[in-house]
Design a protein around this ligand. Structure first.
Ligand code: GDD
Ligand code: MN
Length: 377
């Protein structure tokens, strides 16, 4: 049994007792993979291990993270079957014998504790949490076609062979350790066992925005391998969102009848659409916020540092726009695709090419001078 812990000092003694009770006829060990919890979970577990030799405590100082902790626990495990269970008593340890039997009798390589089965459930989850979990599951089912009803489950059991066959390829980031196993190897036989998710009585959840982000990155990587930088994909998605938001805002402001401004300086720029200026400014601000808080979470600017960063971002966006215009004008001038697909279609494609070049220029500027890429492991 592997149980990852971070600030679960109050829960771990209860969990150990319950696992022993559930597995009393089965030889087992319990590996507590703790990230040096400030609340001293490791100390509490160490105390128990002194009189209970089936408890092993890994006090981890590096590579903080749920998946990384679980993987370390698995590497230390000696059993023929390896199960993972949250320490906060939200998983139902009484299902373990049934899960083990399914694997032992050769019906499954992986047995998943599922909240999506008839006899399963989510307990008293808020609508928001259910929505996030549902979306994450849906993404896994659509893009990775995983053969389980609950790919987000943190409660599962594997045979040692299954573990050893995949262990070297697992990406130890984030929360989705089960997905790493079943998303990578399509030949695994996966069986679900329903269980009801309990409510947390002590401590709090560690799931936050960075987990959602690293989840999306992980799915992209599982789907496409490591050939494309998944952060770039997020960046493109955010860009597409920007185009949509911009169109909506512009249409809205136009409908509101926002004024045209005449500078009287230059016929080429008159009149200036104030709806255009406002929608572009708002969209730029929104994209900066999303990129800072989401796409480039690891390198994000905090507090007041976001103000100058925003202006640098806006400037880079402007450079990108100028590049877009320049490429488009040039392609129009040389009439690159005119003969091939006709002038009307060519104009659209020329514009797209310009947008693409601008996108790459923006990405380069953003990641080289603003959200600087750190050495990734
Ligand atoms: N070692 C270690 N390091 N353990 C961690 C860390 C970490 O960085 N973060 C969380 N844990 C431990 C917690 O102490 C707990 O035992 C378990 O991992 C689950 O963490 P929670 O923070 O309680 O997660 P949750 O209940 O919100 O999320 C549950 O649902 C998710 C989505 O459906 C878990 O079952 C997840 O595994 C599941 O993906
Ligand atoms: Mn929990």
């Amino acid at each position: 049994m592997i149980t990852p812990t971070y600030n679960e000092a109050e829960n771990i003694p209860v969990l150990i007792e319950r696992i022993h009770a559930s597995l009393r006829d089965i030889t087992h060990e319990i590996i507590v993979a703790d990230d040096n919890s400030p609340d001293g979970t490791w100390r509490v577990a160490d105390e128990i291990a002194r009189s209970d030799p089936s408890v092993v405590v890994l006090r981890r100082f590096h590579d903080h993270g749920l998946s990384a902790a679980v993987l370390d626990g698995m590497a230390a495990a000696r059993g023929a079957y390896i199960a993972v269970i949250d320490a906060d008593l939200q998983h139902d340890e009484t299902k373990l014998p049934e899960m083990l039997t399914l694997a032992r009798d050769g019906h499954a390589d992986v047995v998943v504790g599922s909240r999506e089965m008839d006899d399963g459930g989510y307990g008293e989850w808020s609508t928001q949490r259910r929505f996030v979990s549902w979306t994450a599951s849906a993404i896994a089912k659509v893009f990775l076609k995983v053969p389980t009803s609950d790919p987000m489950s943190g409660f599962f059991l594997l045979s040692r062979d299954t573990y050893e066959a995949s262990a070297a390829d697992i990406n130890p980031k984030g929360f989705k350790i089960l997905l790493e196993f079943i998303g990578r190897n399509k030949n695994l036989r996966v069986v679900d066992v329903g269980y009801e998710f309990s409510n947390r009585e002590h401590g709090e959840t560690k799931l936050n925005r960075s987990v959602i982000r690293s989840y999306l990155l992980g799915v992209a990587e599982l789907r496409m391998g490591r050939s494309i930088n998944p952060v770039f994909l997020l960046y493109v998605l955010v860009g597409i969102l920007g185009v949509i938001v911009n169109s909506i805002l512009f249409t809205l402001f136009e409908a509101l009848g926002m004024p045209r401004i005449n500078t009287g300086v230059n016929d080429a720029i008159d009149p200036i659409y104030s709806s255009f200026l406002l929608s572009v400014s708002l969209t730029t601000l929104l994209l900066f916020a999303i990129n800072n808080e989401f796409t480039f979470w690891e390198q994000r600017f905090r507090g007041w540092a976001r103000v100058p960063a925003f202006f640098v971002y806006a400037l880079m966006t402007l450079v990108g726009t100028l590049v877009h215009i320049a490429v488009f004008s040039w392609l129009q001038e040389i009439g690159l695709l005119f003969n091939l697909i006709g002038e009307d279609a060519a104009r659209v494609v020329h514009n797209l090419i310009g947008a693409l070049v601008a996108l790459i220029v923006n990405w380069y500027l953003n990641t080289t001078y603003l959200w600087r890429r750190r050495q990734q492991s």
